[in-house]
Design a binder for this molecule. Structure first.
Ligand SMILES: NCCC[C@H](NC(=O)CCC(=O)O)C(=O)O
Ligand SMILES: NC(=O)OP(=O)(O)O
Length: 316
């Protein structure tokens, strides 16, 4: 593995899940990262990604530097050939080259602007780091994906699954703000690689990018989609069709115990942070159905498995 910017950077999902679970349960005294430095740049807030990735790096013996790049760094210019006579003080060409001297791995969080679909899909920030850095780059949630989350989700599903072929439902839920499609995209990409029954349920107008969904069924009736589900993965995302918009939705799409009655006593997942009683009701989050805390715990082991692979590629 040379970078971890998309789930496609994992060639065998089963193998890396096994590696992550080995790191979790056997807690091997690995020093793969000794003398190496991870630099993390956040252009958006974070609790889990920031702290679980730092913990993962430290468990591997790495040094860690974190920067709130949006607040503390110079405003970065990403356009090639820009005349920098306005608000941007530093070009990504210098920034990435300098960081590559300080860090052995660079990790970046940069959400989409949700205004310009083409710009977001170009992954300008992440791809510019990839282009101008000379060390591996890790995606800590970008304009279109959150692959560390998806790996943690895969580990969590495997740990909690009791069915031979489980039914997994990805359910859209309401939210007052326009949110990225990144988490949902990477979850869909990950589930494509599992042998499961998979249904996506969302209101009309909220269908995810067809290039990501591929042949996955979209059921616009949430109750119908929930029937006999073993896992319900809840997430809000803004419209892809009416790009970045929050649309008016007739029905209430909150996930509560009433709706879980249609499921096979489903385990409920969410990447967090979650807005209680808007996205998921207290009666679910405070019940045995919720595995969101265990899911967040697996972020550490997903990150540890990925960092370990990248460290190994440095020595190769
Ligand atoms: N990394 C986990 C989710 C991050 C982001 N959620 C948020 O921005 C929620 C913010 C709020 O609830 O105000 C998202 O949906 O992609
Ligand atoms: N799930 C997740 O990425 O959480 P943070 O946004 O807190 O990092």
């Amino acid at each position: 593995m040379k970078n971890y910017t998309t789930l496609a950077d994992i060639d065998n999902l089963e193998t890396i899940i096994r590696e992550a679970r080995g790191l979790k349960f056997e807690n091997p005294d690995t020093k793969a990262g000794e003398g190496k430095t991870l630099g993390m740049l956040f252009f958006n807030p974070s609790l889990r990604t920031r702290l679980s990735t730092e913990k993962a790096a430290k468990l591997l013996g790495m040094h860690v530097m974190v920067m709130n790049a949006d607040k503390d760094g110079w405003a970065l210019e990403f356009e090639d050939g820009a005349v920098m006579n306005s608000d941007k003080a530093e070009h990504i060409k210098e920034a990435a080259a300098v960081l590559s001297q300080y860090c052995d791995i660079i990790a970046v969080r940069a959400f989409p602007g949700l205004k310009d679909k083409e710009k977001d899909e170009s992954e300008l920030v992440l791809n510019s780091f990839k282009k101008y850095a000379s060390v591996p780059v890790v995606n800590l949630e970008s304009a279109t994906g959150h692959p560390l989350q998806a790996l943690a989700d895969a580990i969590t599903i495997q740990e909690h699954n009791t069915a031979e072929k489980p039914k997994i439902v990805l359910s859209w839920a309401p939210h007052p703000k326009a949110l990225p499609q990144s988490v949902a995209n990477s979850f869909v990409e990950m589930v494509h690689r599992l042998d499961v029954d998979f249904v996506i349920t969302n209101p009309e107008g909220y269908d995810l990018n067809p290039a990501v969904r591929k042949d996955i069924k979209v059921e616009h009736d949430q109750e119908k989609a929930f029937k006999d589900a073993d896992f319900v993965y809840v997430k809000n995302w803004s419209s892809y069709e009416d790009y970045g918009q929050v649309l008016n939705v007739e029905k209430n799409w909150i996930v509560n115990q009433e709706k879980l009655k249609h499921t096979n006593n489903a385990k409920v997942m969410h990447c967090l942070p979650v807005r209680r009683n808007v996205v998921i009701a207290d009666d679910v989050l405070d019940s045995e159905n919720s595995i969101v805390i265990q899911q967040a715990n697996n972020r550490t082991f997903a990150a540890q498995a990925v960092l370990k692979r990248l460290l190994e590629s440095l020595d190769a």
